[in-house]
Write a protein that binds this ligand. Sequence first.
Ligand code: NDP
Length: 319
Amino acid sequence: MKIVEGTITLKLPEGSKEVLLKNLYLSCDPYMRLIMTKGSASDLGAFTPSSPLTGYGVSKVLESGHSDYKKDDLVWGFTKWEEYSLVSSTQILFKIEHTDVPLSYYTGILGMPGVTAYVGFFEIGSPKKGENVFISAASGAVGQLVGQFAKLTGCYVVGSAGSKEKVDLLKNKFGFDDAFNYKEEPDLDAALKRYFPEGIDIYFENVGGKTLDAVLLNMRVHGRIPVCGMISQYNLTQLDGITNLANIIFKRVRMEGFLANDFYHLYPKFLEFLLPHIREGKVVYVEDIVEGLENGPTALVGLFSGRNVGKQVLVVARE
Ligand code: NDP
């Protein structure tokens, strides 16, 4: 590919099945840190030093060697942190059919984090009306949706987050029954006993560490813990000690890890469920939009100090 004074001259090699993309929105995701750790057990792939990061994004097709995609199609899926990318058509790439919602939503609510919230809560969590649900990192890309799905199911929902602004969002925008700032709770066990005097049926795990340890003391019999992520652990070389794990035996708790990637066959069903809720304003979504590829590293690193308020999106170009 040759770029000359703003115009692109390109020729896909004869017989190429690749797709040339113009990247519009890139997704900042915590797992990207996880796969930077040498020898990480993740099967999400690895980065190649000196090459652009790979990750989820929303892009426009400029040229396609695959009959499933044509020029000017909008897609979301795996791309690279650069302006233009040549990607294999065999990796995760979905054609965007619905453009009456913001395109950036396909990095979040209608993309991988949305699928994560949907399968984690409904498939792994097996919720029932009236159950008590606790969510950590509750105002983030995934958490804000899990809370709203839980409310739609008729659950009692409490979230934890790291600032007053985020706690206000949980209570006043996303409709959580209650929320607290975990940084202001010296005794998380006591806090959970205050919000859940009868215990927790479903803990949607996003952070791990001290929060998980306190939750383990407060689970109800036959409770479920969908293990979505453990962001508090991703920068550590040794995992933070969990001391209360034996409680999953006494309480007969089912704790199950999952990856969104295993559930993309449910994407049409997910869209059918969620799009009407978005259009009717019954599910809302908060994004934290940062402009410019050059601001990507700061935005990505910011996930680990809670700098983002809502889904962290990076704008590379607007069509
Ligand atoms: P968020 O948008 O929630 O951003 C990350 C948030 O994590 C921060 O804003 C911060 O919120 C919180 N956080 C950061 N460091 C810590 C810490 N040390 N202790 C407690 N909280 C912390 O990210 P996502 O919604 O995209 O991801 C949430 C979780 O879901 C992550 O663990 C991620 O790895 C996982 N995930 C898993 C997937 C799967 O397929 N299993 C797919 C997508 C995400 P605050 O200010 O509230 O502390």
